[in-house]
Design a protein around this ligand. Structure first.
Ligand code: ATP
Length: 347
């Protein structure tokens, strides 16, 4: 079993508090993405799990073993980092087979595993080349193949698809997901790309300012963000937040009366772009259209309702025009309520 327990990990670099108090459990065979903006502490957390960085406090336990004081090479982990160098003096074949040889695998097994990993990462044509003769994206795929070839129980990855073009990234993402699921590898994957996290992960830990703001399944994080930060960071476009006033535990909004989670006061109403239905002017919330972007699958319509900027995913080709006013009707089943002072979701 290779479940991972991160227990009260904190880290300061001098006066910089990179991680506040991180508690996270990853089940055996689970894929967890650490998602967040630049500087939120993702890489630091991954490096602490790997033993490349020591925590200021807290424990790392993997498969029931407390590894906090155990050096990296004895933690039994495989890792791929964004700038994780491949060995320049070894061919691609030797690079990918390196971990297996270190484990004492015989040549037949090395060959079989290297072949499989190379096939998966589309690097079979380059097996005899040296890394200097590869592109950045090809070298990155060699590093991923090298980690996968040993079929590790635990795999740590930091932006491993960073150097790849969009199409290859999409393809690698799907293949990586399939292979890790089949091998039941426990994986922690750092990314700042929310579509990558949504697509790959069983659960996403959304990080902000050295803390985990929410950890949940991708659809739950998307539909029921725990904070305004999560709603704004996960999903493209970001979740809309409309300031509203509640009285008698109801919100009177654009001709409809909705139950509210508080008796009275100011709240933020969170709603996704696809849950705002365009209706005729004079119905629903008044909405002044500023920009219409035809994105293929839908038209992204940006504008204002009063002072509030809103984004609406309208059906493709719906013919909305900048400078005109329409109405918007929020789907009452898809609302989330946030406390404007704390930015936290209300039950
Ligand atoms: P990115 O996506 O940009 O890599 P990240 O979320 O991985 O960002 P970290 O690299 O973990 O963020 O950095 C977290 C914080 O700790 C940042 O404020 C960073 O400046 C700081 N930090 C990281 N490493 C060090 C270090 N070796 N010395 C001092 N400060 C550091």
């Amino acid at each position: 079993m290779a479940e991972i327990t991160i227990d009260g990990i904190a880290k300061s670099f001098g006066a910089t508090r990179a991680l506040e108090q991180i508690d996270l459990s990853v089940a055996d065979g689970e894929f967890v993405a650490l998602l967040g903006p630049s500087g939120c502490g993702k890489t630091t957390l991954l490096r602490i799990i790997a033993g490349l960085e020591s925590a200021t406090s807290g424990r790392i336990v993997i498969g029931g073993r407390d590894l906090t004081e155990v050096p990296t090479r004895r933690r039994g982990l495989a890792m791929v980092f964004q700038n994780y160098a491949v060995f320049p003096h070894m061919t691609v074949y030797e690079n990918v087979g390196f971990g297996l040889r270190m484990q004492g695998a015989d040549e037949a097994r090395v060959k079989a595993q290297v072949g499989k990993a190379a096939e998966l990462l589309h690097i079979t044509p380059y097996l005899d080349r040296y890394p200097a003769k590869l592109s950045g994206g090809q070298r990155q795929r060699v590093a991923v193949a090298r980690a996968l070839a040993v079929e590790p129980p635990v795999l740590l990855m930091d932006e491993p698809l960073y150097n790849l073009d969009a199409l290859l990234r999409l393809e690698m993402r799907a293949e990586l997901k399939a292979v890790l699921r089949e091998a039941k590898t426990t994986t922690i994957y750092v990314t700042h790309d929310q579509t990558e996290a949504m697509g790959l992960a069983d659960r996403i830990a959304v990080m902000h300012g050295g803390r985990i703001e929410q950890i949940d399944r991708p659809t739950a994080v998307y539909e029921r963000p725990a904070t305004t930060f999560v709603g704004g960071f996960v999903g493209s476009p970001p979740m809309n937040f409309l300031p509203v006033s509640v009285a008698n535990a109801r919100l009177e909004l654009a001709g409809s009366s909705l139950p509210a989670p508080r008796a009275s006061g100011d709240l933020l109403m969170g709603i996704r772009a696809e849950d705002l239905m365009p209706v005729a002017a004079g119905e629903g919330l008044p909405f002044d259209i500023a920009v219409v972007e035809p994105l293929g699958a839908h038209d992204l319509v940006t504008g204002r309702s009063g002072a509030t900027l809103l984004r609406v995913a309208a059906p493709a080709g719906s013919g909305h025009k900048p400078g005109t006013r329409i109405g918007l009707r929020p789907d009452p089943k898809r609302l989330v309520w946030m406390d404007p002072a704390s930015g936290r979701a209300l039950p």
